[in-house]
Design a protein around this ligand. Structure first.
Ligand SMILES: N[C@@H](CCC(=O)N[C@@H](CS)C(=O)NCC(=O)O)C(=O)O
Length: 239
């Protein structure tokens, strides 16, 4: 059983009317997109989600038969796979509305959605284009430098949206955990532990983002998910 979900997955499966809805989250502990969904599952106390690796592995023909992109996460609900982490979160939000993980104030909600989307597009986007350049031997330095600049710009945009939403504390928006944090915190894990470390980028996080990163690691829902990512990264690096 996944360490980060102990106490969550042991419970009964959710029901829809009288139908028992079996749900399986195909994922890995290291994926920031999967971590987003696990944070949501933990925050809502959703019961009965089986946590598994992609059958046949990501990108395999077997898994593509479920999710054509071959990417994790995918959420299997009664045999039908829902793809893309943000869509999975929207499904779970609709299905399990309490506690709401989008802010109830409409403007704050818009900012939270923007931050979640911007994290995907402008933080994870450029950052994960550089994974093939981790080795100095095969690295295209100019390509990496350009992506790091894009990443820095993306993070600065998020700072600006947080400021516009009046956010200055532990959470991305407002004073509660939201799906903006569920996107941003796991992405920042990679900014700190991959982009900054591997490419020697020590100026990616602004003062405001550094304070956010320090604070969100203390959140009781986020902390175990980040710990699971950390353990998976250590294992991937050979212990
Ligand atoms: N936009 C997707 C991104 C998912 C993604 O890139 N997943 C990676 C793991 S972090 C993956 O499955 N990579 C394997 C592959 O591309 O074959 C989402 O939000 O779910």
């Amino acid at each position: 059983m996944e360490t980060c979900l102990r106490g969550v997955v042991q419970q009964r499966p959710p029901t829809q009317g009288n139908l028992v809805m079996a749900m399986t989250l195909y994922q890995s502990d290291l994926s920031p997109f999967a971590a987003r969904v696990r944070i949501q599952i933990r925050a809502k106390g959703i019961e009965g989600v089986a946590i598994e690796k992609a059958p046949g592995g990501t990108g395999s023909a077997e898994f593509r038969a479920l999710n054509p992109t071959g990417k994790i996460p995918a959420l299997l609900v009664d045999g039908v796979a829902i793809a893309e982490s943000l869509t999975i979160c929207d499904y779970l939000e609709d299905r399990f509305p309490e506690p709401p993980l989008w802010p109830t104030d409409l403007l704050a909600r818009a900012h939270a959605r923007t931050i979640a989307r911007a994290t995907d597009l402008y933080v994870c986007g450029p950052m994960f284009q550089t994974t093939g350049h981790a080795s100095r031997k095969t690295r295209d330095e100019a390509f990496v430098a350009a992506r790091m600049q894009d990443l820095k710009t993306g993070l600065a945009h998020i700072d600006a949206w947080r400021a516009a939403a009046g956010a200055s504390g532990r959470y991305a928006v407002g004073d509660r955990l939201s799906l903006a944090d569920a996107a941003l915190a796991p992405a920042l894990f990679f900014v700190v532990n991959f982009a900054a470390r591997v490419f020697g980028q020590d100026d990616l996080l602004s003062t405001a983002m550094t304070a956010y990163w320090q604070g969100i690691q203390e959140d009781a829902v986020v902390a175990p998910t980040l710990s699971a990512m950390d353990a998976a990264l250590t294992a991937a690096r050979g212990g």
